[in-house]
Design a protein around this ligand. Structure first.
Ligand code: SME
Length: 157
């Protein structure tokens, strides 16, 4: 495992292309989900510096806070609630350019302006979500969806 992440400047795509092999190396051979989620959230925070990057894991009818980087956050989110609970229920990625315009958005930090939530789907079931918030509006787009989904795929390889 590399001791230090190599941080790349450039387009968003170039940054992901440099980061993804490093994340693949970090999680390769490590079966512990929590350990891998912890390193993925840290690597994304180091590379992109977004406000909040983290995971919620499904426990019964709730999403429960898991490894993250950033300010303290809500610990439990009900299925169907907020952006995270909606992404879980609908089993699809949700990109929110302006959190104020998303009905039912759960505000964990007043600094958060935009958000992306990607469900982690294993064997047809959502086991958790990756949630990223930023303090700028419209911080996320389809490029993020594509590469972040690829990163989540590394958890099972
Ligand atoms: N905004 C999320 C809640 C989680 S925090 O952003 C970390 C939501 O609406 O589900």
């Amino acid at each position: 495992m590399a001791e230090e992440l190599i941080i790349k400047k450039g387009t968003r795509e170039e940054q992901y292309l440099e980061l993804i092999p490093q994340i693949a190396a970090l999680v390769a051979g490590e079966p512990d989900l929590i350990a891998n989620l912890a390193n993925i959230s840290a690597a994304l925070k180091q590379q992109f510096g977004w406000l909040w990057i983290g995971f919620y894991l499904v426990k019964g009818d709730d999403l429960v806070l898991a490894p993250f980087q950033g300010p303290i956050a809500c610990t439990r989110i009900r299925k169907g609630r907020g952006v995270c609970g909606t992404a879980w229920e609908q089993m699809k990625t949700i990109i929110v350019p302006d959190v104020n315009a998303f009905p039912g958005h759960i505000s964990c930090s007043s600094l958060s302006k935009s958000e992306i939530v990607i469900p982690i789907i294993w064997n047809g079931e959502v086991i958790g979500v990756l949630d990223i918030d930023d303090s700028n509006y419209s911080a996320f787009d389809k490029t993020d969806e594509l590469f972040l989904t690829e990163i989540l795929g590394l958890l099972r390889s």
